[in-house]
Design a protein around this ligand. Structure first.
Ligand code: MG
Length: 385
């Protein structure tokens, strides 16, 4: 995928050599799943999507298999074994690239999965003028200096910035700076290494989405689950004389009604199945079996409300629903506002999140002959915060 305003060629290093066990468990955090795929894969894919010509990944010794599995199917990446410290790992990756073919390099942490493209652009653009560029954010809270748990002073937040990665460098400058580094064995980051060699480091706007994944809470189920899920539902009931016609929770005057074990409201049944489908909770028959006498003649609104509560229990809120009713008669239009209001009420949604549509089948098939009504629904759910 090529960026809309193409960047000059750049390569990237992802430092993933940490043991990363602070989050608990035996697997280093960079290889554990986070929002549907291994944490490291998010940053590597983002860099490749945004145009990196190659991504060199520093991993712990012995983690080759875990890394290959986490990155399966990706091209244009290469693994190197990292060192004792983050700085050693960055330097080893840089040394492995010292063949004269690299001019710009981004050095990134595996633990920052969301990399907005705009940040990459700001960084790479700066290298026309500066030897290095880093994304920073302002400090919004006031700052206390502490000693032994007691406040001993304050720091001027206006003069301070929070530093993120990726950090961008002219390749020759950052490699030379790492080779010349005489400071502690673990510099805070690569910008400090460049600065120690009198390199110029520009600041660009960072992004809160570049937040570092560090703590156990970041790997809680609600954090690792997909942000969005969808479900679809489909239902049919027979039209019979002498039955009430309930559609979308609204009683509609008509010469026939839908027959079934409950009130046979196909619209609410399709919606119920869509919600259950979105969170993998089976179908309406799983929860309200027709063999159970307590559901005889039951109003279907309770099925839908129950499905929504199961979705909530799974950590998801319904974002929007789109329902299509398929019948020749009755005309749905006059009842649409009432149905929309009732579906919104049952699902705890704003009416703008509820779409109700209707179509005929041109007098074809069972719906065309007026023998029954069909409904289909699709639902999007989002991870509740
Ligand atoms: Mg049904």
């Amino acid at each position: 995928m090529t960026a809309p305003n193409a960047l000059p060629p750049f390569a990237a290093i992802v430092v993933a050599a940490g043991k990363g066990l602070r989050v608990g468990g035996d697997t280093p955090k960079q290889f554990r799943d986070w929002r549907g795929k291994p944490l490291i894969r998010h940053s590597v894919e983002a860099l490749l999507d945004q145009g990196a010509i190659e991504v060199v990944i520093a991993i712990p010794a012995g983690a080759e298999e875990a890394a290959e599995a986490a990155l399966a199917g990706l091209e244009l990446y290469r693994l190197v074994i990292g060192g004792e410290t983050r700085q050693d790992s960055a330097r080893k990756a840089l040394e492995s690239m010292d063949d004269g073919s690299y001019t710009r390099v981004l050095i990134h942490d595996a633990a920052r999965p969301d990399l907005p493209q705009q940040v990459t652009h700001r960084l790479v653009d700066m290298l026309d003028v500066y030897e290095g560029a880093i994304p920073v954010l302002p400090v919004v809270d006031s700052l206390a200096v502490v000693s032994n748990g007691v406040m001993t002073g304050k720091a001027e937040r206006e003069a301070l910035r929070r530093v993120q990665t990726p950090q961008a460098f002219r390749f020759d400058a950052i490699l030379a700076a790492h080779r010349a580094w005489a400071g502690p064995t673990d510099a805070g980051d690569d910008a400090q290494v460049l600065m120690a060699s009198s390199g110029s480091v520009a600041l660009v706007d960072g992004d809160e989405r570049l937040k570092k994944i560090t703590f156990a809470e970041d790997f809680a189920p609600t954090m690792t689950a997909p942000l969005f899920r969808v479900g679809q539902g489909y239902d049919v009931h027979r039209l019979e004389p002498g039955e009430e016609l309930w559609l979308g929770g609204v009683l509609i005057p008509h010469d026939k009604g839908l027959s079934g074990h409950s009130d046979a409201d196909v619209a609410l049944h399709a919606l119920t199945d869509a919600v259950l489908g979105a969170v993998g909770e089976g179908d309406i028959g799983t929860h309200f079996p027709p063999s159970d006498p307590q559901w005889r003649g039951a109003r279907s609104g309770q099925f839908l409300a129950h499905a929504v509560s199961l979705a909530r229990a799974a950590g998801y809120a319904v974002a929007n629903v789109d329902l299509t009713l398929i019948c020749e008669a009755p005309k749905i239009g006059p009842y649409r506002p009432a149905m929309r209001a009732e579906v919104a009420r049952l699902m705890g949604l704003d009416e703008t999140a509820v779409s109700i549509k209707a179509t005929t089948t041109e007098k074809l098939g069972f719906t065309g002959r007026g023998e029954g009504i069909a409904a289909q629904a699709i639902v999007c759910v989002t991870l509740a915060s």
